[in-house]
Write a protein of this length. Sequence first.
Length: 384
Amino acid sequence: MVGEGLDAADYGSAAGHALGILAIAIPAAGITYILVRLLRQLFRSAWHGSTGRPVKRALSLGLVAAVLVGVGFAWWPGSDRYRPIEAYEGGTLANVLTAVTPDRPGLREGEQTDGVALMAGQTELPGPEEPQISVVLVPRDDAANAPTWVFPFDRPETASGQDSQALAVNTEDGSVVYDVAFALVWADNDRVDTTNEAYAFASCSDCAAVAVSFQVVLVVGQADVVIPQNLSGAVNYDCVECVTYALASQLVVTLDGALNDDTLSELDTLWAEIAEYGRSIRDRPLSELADALAGFKLRILEILRADPASGLPEDGTTPSPAEPSPVPTTGGSPAPEPGSGTTPEPEAPVAPEDATQEEPTDSNEPTPTPSPEPSTEAPTSDGP
C-alpha cells in the first residue's frame, strides 16, 4: 500500500501506511529485544557460573535451551493454540477470588447470577440431594410450526415493506414442506428496490422442500432509483434422497400513466385467478410451475398493452418476460413429486436469472396486495 501511494503521488496515504507498519513492528521488535536480552543474561549466568564445572555447564546450557524451545513451541501460531478461556474453565481470576473469599450463603432475594451447566454423558443428573442451578427453556406455543435451524449459515432476513419471501425449511424425514408467496405491488415513491426471494432448505432423509415466490411490480411515473432484486436458493445439507426446489419469478413494468378502470378490473380478475393458482400450487407438478408463472406474466403484459395510458406498444416490441429460473437441488434420489404417486427424475440445477424487468418508475397507485399468505406445511411423503 505504501508503494501504491507513492506510485499515485498520494504521499499522505503512503505516509499513513508507513506509520501503520511501524505500529505493528515496534511491539514485535520490543518483545524480540526483551527475549534476546533475557536469553543472553541467562546464557552468561550459566556460562560464568559453571566455569571449571563441565557437568554443571552442560546442565545449565541445556536448561536455557529448553526454555528457548518451550517458549518457541508455546508461542508458535496454530489453529488450536489461541482461543479465549471459556467461562466454565478453571484458572480464571474469578476462580482465584472465589477460592480466597469466605463462603457465602446461596442467592438472596433480588440478586442475580450466571453459570454454565455441563452434563457429560456418563455424569449423574442433579437431584434433590445434590441440586444445581439451571435454566429450563420452555417451548413456545407455536414451536411445532417453527422449523429447526440446523444449517451452517444464517437464516435469511425476514421480508419487510413491499418485499416478498417464500422460505421452506424441512428437517423432518419423509415429509414435504411448501412455502408460497404471491404479491402484486404498486410502487408509490421515487425508489423501487422491491425484493422477491424464494429459499428452499432441507436437512433430512427422503424429504422435500419447495419455495415459490411470484411478484409483480407496477410503477406509474418516474423513479429516481431502480434496483429490484429477484433471488432464489435451494440447499441440501446432510440430506439423503431429498429434493429442494426454489422458484423466484418477478415482473417489473414501468407505466406512463394511471390505468383506466377497465384495465384495473381486468387485472383484478386475473390476479384472483393467479392467487387461486398459488393456493393450489401444492397439487401441481414442479415441472409445470415455471411455465405457468411465465404464462401469467404474458397475460399481464397483454392487459397492460391494451391500455393506451400504459405507454407499452401494442405491436409486441416490448420484451416478453423471460422464463423464471427455478433452483432445484437433489441429494440422492428425489422425493416423490407433489401431486403424483410417482418418483420424478431429478432436474439438473440451473443458475438463477432475474425475471424480465421493464424499467420501473414511481407510482401513485394503491398499496400492494399480496395473495395468498405464505404458509409452511409438512404433509406426508406421498403428496402434500
